[in-house]
Design a binder for this molecule. Sequence first.
Ligand code: PMV
Length: 345
Amino acid sequence: MNLLEKFNSFSPGAFETTWRSPSNIAFVKYWGKKGHQLPANPSISLTLKECFTETTVSFRPSDLPSLELYLDNVREPKFETKINSFLAGLSLPVLSKLSITIKTKNTFPHGTGIASSASGLSAFCLCLVDYLYEASGTDRRDFFQTASFVSRLASGSACRSVYPGFVSWGESELSGSSDYFATPLDVHPEMRNLRDTILVVSGEEKKVSSTQGHGKMKDHFFAEARFAQGKVNYHHTLEALKKGDMERTGVILESEALSLHAMMLTSPVPYTLLKPNTLAAIDMIWAFREETKLPLYFTLDAGPNLHLLYPETAANKIKTFISVELSKFATMVIDDERGEGPVKC
Ligand code: PMV
């Protein structure tokens, strides 16, 4: 499937556009690929509100194609190389006739260890797809599906950031689901006001990137079992989200986070991204839940930082617990919640 075929022949024009695109946190994790940027199991994520990237891209027709990328007004050759190779992989004739300038910034500070690939690459891809539709005069009916398709090629998890709230990606029992792009998920009204407080335990750069981590699943002893678990957890999470069952959602949420990190610990060359404070905070969350019966659950990305998920209705007591007890394990605490998806500025 190639949703970019419709852009194969048109003449380049000048265009500038700005998009804000949020980060997302996976409830059911995508960890391991098949084919070209396709997920080994379906995943579910929640699109955030406050953690987003804002990107302006200007496209100018040129006989000498070029690309410049500025992050917070500083030129970043490392990201230019990445974007150049991503664009080359799209094989779109128009891209060899353009000078592209990208100016980007994140709302979440550097050195927080929060992955900016989902927000950053979806923001860039939204700008790119905006250009492709505009310059070719194509009907925009499938704009977000195409933006999700292109974002997936840049970074798997980025394909989920183009939709608000809960989002599904990967072929599943859900009608309209696909490995090639994400689809928005309709959930129970009680699951629509979830909060996510991010406990930044360490801002250190990761020793093993997500790309390397996905690669290590290729010859992982437990790969098939993990993909099967991901599929089962996807199915149960879908059911729990539709019923508004926070407890069931939360139990799977934590199991998914720990399975992800167990894959790292048990890979042929083992590694861990967890820090002592990650485990200390987890212990304290479990004790708090046991004692208060309040619906506070955690998940982890491919890193040491904890995302604390809880419904708005329990926010008062849980926020006090976070600031009095859990914040001592963190270098920074970021308050976030369910977001409405990307916006064109
Ligand atoms: O999108 P990538 O290639 O950075 O992989 C993301 C992997 C996880 O964040 C750990 C899980 C997920 O589904 O987002």
